[in-house]
Design a protein around this ligand. Sequence first.
Ligand code: C2E
Ligand code: CA
Ligand code: CA
Length: 668
Amino acid sequence: MPAQTETASHPVRPAAWRAALLAGFVVQLLLILFVTMIGLRQLGVTTDNLNRVVDVHMRKQNITKTLLSIARERTLIMLTLSKIGDPFERDELLTRFNEKGAEYAVARQALQDMPLNERERKLILRQQKLVKIAQPIQSQVIDLISSEHNLEAEKLAISRVIPMQNKVLAVLFQLDVETQRVALDASRKAYEAQKVARFWMYLLCGAALLVGVIVSAVVLRYTTRISREREHLAIHDALTGLPNRRLLLECLEQALAHARRHKTLIGVLFIDLDNFKRVNDTLGHAVGDQLICNVAKRLRATVRAEDIVARLGGDEFVVVISDVNEVTQVLQLVDKILAVMVAPYQISERELFNSCSIGIGMYPTDGLNSSDLLKNADTAMYHAKSSGKNRYHLYDAAMNAMAEERLQLDTDLHYALERNEFVFYYQPQVNLDSGRTDTVEALIRWNHPVRGLLSPAAFLDMLEDTGEIIPVGRKLLNTACAQTARWHAAGFNELSVAINVSSKEFWHKDLLAQVEAALDRSGLPPHSLQLELTEGILMGDMDAASSRILALKALGVSIAIDDFGTGYSSLAHLKRFPLDLLKIDRYFVKDIRHDSVNEALVNSILALCKGLNLDTVAEGVENRSQLDVLRKIGCPVVQGYYISRPVPAEQILSLLERDWSQFFIDTT
Ligand code: C2E
Ligand code: CA
Ligand code: CA
């Protein structure tokens, strides 16, 4: 079974996710780096600015203040000088006055060397001019003092020097105010720059944080999704999304625990599709997958929500019906499932038909634990299958012995071909008009060394399942052709042989070559070989089937449709195939005497066959009355136990020699 996932229609692509995550991380890392760089740079800039502000403006202010205090001190010295009589003391003060003057010049020069704005520069210039005006007057005062004209000196100092000095002080005061203003301005600017830096830091940090949160959320979502998906896949079937064996066992154990407590019953249904292999082989796995999905949907829709529907793999499903009080409740549901499953499936513009076989194991009668219940339901399913498919079977203990027997048979079957244990029995088809055997149908038998002669019902399925039907069929084809050629040689050269062809054989690539080779080898004329196909084979890919039939017919062999009426085809469908003969299934023949509907049906099949120019054979004629009705309604050829059971080749000659006309007329 190819595992094509439905759930995988929205798959997580780890590579794409990983790339996206990596990109997210890289972006985040870059952002953080960027933020740190910008932040550090901005902080550096603002710190520098602040330092400069502190340094320059503090120094400027200090100098201005120094200038102010020197100017004040010099004015004071000037006033004091005129009042001091002691020439030593006066000299000392004078020296101090001059020293202060020099200090003043140095301080001013220092101020001028600093970064100044226009106003500061103007104020310094003004101050310089005032000092220049004041200097000669100061010198005059000093001269007057030196020549002991103290009174005059004092007068001059008060009238000229002090006002001039006050002017200088006023300018210096303005300068002080200005430097203070500039300092404030600069610190405000630095503060603003810091604010901008802080804003960017916050913004970028926020962005990095956001990206981080997003990336983390995505990582979290991704990992939880992956782990959830892994968890889901581990316990669910990828194709249908139904629980797989593991989850089924878990749920079944829970249901069993519940049933034990509440003393209720549980029904375990083992469901297997009847013709799934054929669909897969003829229409391909994609169609097979779709069929499985459709079946899963129908099962799910048929049972209650609390019931379990699981797929074990291939075409095997298990349904667990819990909280049951009577077996009939389970059987009602099983009937419903059987009915639902046979409705046509619409797949890729095709109508497909499929049925299923169901085995039922009941808790507690058929098992107390999940593995026993499943095993026994499986065994019961197998019985449903071997007793004709499209039905259910309740488990009973005797089945286990049969299952073991079957296992043994399966092993033996591997050696049957090389040990030459397969033989053909032949069953005549008698023409009601001529009373002669036109055709014999070759029917496989297995001469089992221990169990004796086995009918195909006991082993044909196994042969088909293992594919061994191909070599076995090839061998039988050769045997039947050679045998019939010998009967021709014995004088029955009008005799045809009919061989059953299974779906696997029909679609096998070597079919045409094998048929041709068998005819060549035996020398049997192609028109003496008839291949019997069932309707099911044709209903898959109708166009392919039709062209294959044409190719076979080109070899000269004729084609019969077997078991007509049991499948789902209609005569309208059959018109599409170039057939030669139609075999009415024994189901219609069985009650033909008592069931007027069946009689009418056979009647209309005969009429339609005439219209389509098809020969007709009625199968399964077991008694006189069936034969009479068939004769009455004009069926040309009959086959059945009433004429003869299938017999070994050695016994067929006496049947071929027989003229049946008398037999028919005698007893009418
Ligand atoms: P079928 O092709 O429908 O063959 C007719 C079956 O009906 C044979 O069963 C035959 O023994 C049985 N039969 C004949 N007359 C009567 C009758 O009057 N009443 C009843 N109840 N049954 C009658 P058999 O031989 O057991 O074969 C069963 C099926 O196995 C065949 O059904 C055919 O589909 C398949 N089969 C037999 N031989 C071969 C073979 O060589 N190759 C393949 N692929 N399938 C085969
Ligand atoms: Ca047949
Ligand atoms: Ca048949």
